[in-house]
Design a protein around this ligand. Structure first.
Ligand SMILES: [Zn+2]
Length: 117
């Protein structure tokens, strides 16, 4: 039986493609995460005001093609991502990743306005 801990324990983390991070969870679920949405969801003190909770990060300042350059585990509870825009202070606890992903807030979407062929 899957436990609550399994829901917040990644079995595997990897990039599915340039825009999509895939996390397979120990409970069998998979979260497909848009990497730019993940960058925008950074909760570090440079991106979110620690006291007011107000966002400090302007989406306009994040390149459309921002991507993780390295992903490191932090203890057993989180990952830290070094981004191509130079940002590297964001720590993403697995519990937060799962709840954001399950809430659809990090969903990988087709690019808006992409030319069809
Ligand atoms: Zn940040």
């Amino acid at each position: 039986m899957a436990t609550n801990a399994d829901a917040h324990t990644p079995a595997q983390i990897g990039q599915r493609d340039a825009r999509t991070l895939a996390i397979e969870w120990a409970d069998g679920g998979t979260s497909l995460i848009d990497v730019r949405a993940l960058r925008l969801a950074c909760g570090c003190a440079r991106c979110v005001d620690e006291w007011s909770g107000q966002p400090l990060l302007s989406p306009d300042s994040v390149p459309a093609d921002v991507a993780p350059q390295s992903i490191q585990s932090v203890g057993r509870y989180a990952i830290q991502i070094q981004w191509s825009d130079g940002h590297d202070t964001g720590i993403y606890p697995f519990e937060r990743l799962r709840s954001l992903a399950d809430g659809g807030l990090l969903a990988a979407l087709p690019e808006a306005g992409a030319p069809g062929d």
